[in-house]
Design a protein around this ligand. Structure first.
Ligand code: UDP
Ligand code: MG
Length: 307
């Protein structure tokens, strides 16, 4: 199998047939392929439509979830089952143009392991969504999520080895675009204008969006856990200076004595913050262990015998 296309679908009856038609006409120009639709517990006719399509076209495969598990989970399921040498992940709503796939394939043939779609313009998205995306990517960068390039979604082509590497990561809160970048394989962007949804409405509720945004930060940065430590150390230094000053000035008779008590109180509070910060350090390590990502990924071996 040369190419796999993974398409998550949640309540997409309005756009599914159109999406299939456009994907099929693009993929037919490329050769041997499979289209893996993952029905993420849709409550509309999505599954019926998929059944009909699959009955007529054996290159269409369907995985259907028992309930709605979420977009990243749906993509993960498709990635686990697909067999292509190159795997394309694309939304069902045609916001990401399937016609871009041949260009992605070309870049893959030229040596890229990951070809990720980068939105140069977002059509039909509200100012609110654009603004929150802008703030979010800045925040992510500031917190050390350097792996995640701005303005990218999950629309991408990945090589088999990247797919295998991602499948081998057992973590449960999956921010796939970040994991792909984290894997370190050669990634090349492809710029495109993100279209409006072809039909239907967004399936990403505010709650789902916030969960994804949170996963992006917490999966790649332990920095927030260190804030209390930094604050505690800063406060302890400040209270020490305050303490010395208050002793001097109280002895000299120019400050009333409670200043010494305040300084001691601030010192005590700083101890609390430092303690919480130390807990944070260990928590971060426990979290890293719990994510159980591979220690390293070998991209190539030369003159090494398989044992
Ligand atoms: N999706 C999914 N499960 C969900 C939410 C969304 O499988 O719980 C799919 C949806 O069918 C679509 C893709 O994820 O193929 C992206 O969703 P959507 O286009 O609604 O998000 P937006 O582009 O508005 O951010
Ligand atoms: Mg969409």
């Amino acid at each position: 199998m040369k190419y796999s296309v993974v398409i998550p679908a949640y309540n997409e009856e309005a756009v599914l047939q159109l999406s299939y038609n456009r994907l099929k006409s693009v993929m037919d120009t490329l050769g041997d392929y499979e289209l893996i639709f993952v029905n993420d517990g849709s409550r509309d006719a999505t599954l019926d439509i998929l059944r009909q399509i699959a009955a007529k076209d054996s290159s269409v495969k369907v995985l259907s979830f028992s309930r709605n598990f979420g977009h990243q989970e749906a993509v993960s399921a498709g990635m686990a089952k697909c067999r292509g040498q190159a795997v394309v992940i694309i939304d069902c709503d045609l916001q990401d143009p399937p016609e871009l796939i041949p260009d992605m394939v070309k870049m893959w043939r030229d040596g890229a392991d990951i070809v990720y779609g980068r939105r140069i313009r977002r059509k039909g998205e509200t100012v609110f969504k654009k603004l929150t995306a802008w703030v979010y990517y800045r925040l992510l960068k500031a917190l050390g999520g350097q792996y995640i390039p701005a303005n990218t979604g999950d629309f991408r082509l990945i090589d088999r080895k990247v797919c295998d590497a991602l499948n081998a990561m057992p973590e449960r809160n999956r921010f796939l675009r970040g994991l792909a970048a984290w894997s370190g394989f050669k990634a090349v962007p492809i710029d495109y204008v993100r279209d409006e949804r072809a039909a239907g409405v967004t399936k990403y509720s505010m709650k789902k969006m916030l969960k994804l945004a949170g996963d992006g930060i917490t999966s790649f940065s332990n920095k927030p856990l260190k804030f209390p430590l930094a604050f505690g150390i800063g406060l302890s230094l400040a209270s020490f200076v305050y303490f010395v000053l208050s002793v001097v000035f109280v002895c000299a008779g120019s400050w009333p004595y409670p200043h010494i008590l305040f300084a001691l109180l601030f010192g005590l509070i700083s101890c609390l913050f430092i303690t919480i910060g130390i807990f944070g350090l260990y928590l971060g390590r426990i979290y890293d262990e719990a994510k159980a990502r591979p220690l390293y990924i070998i991209a190539e071996q030369i003159n090494v015998e398989e044992l």
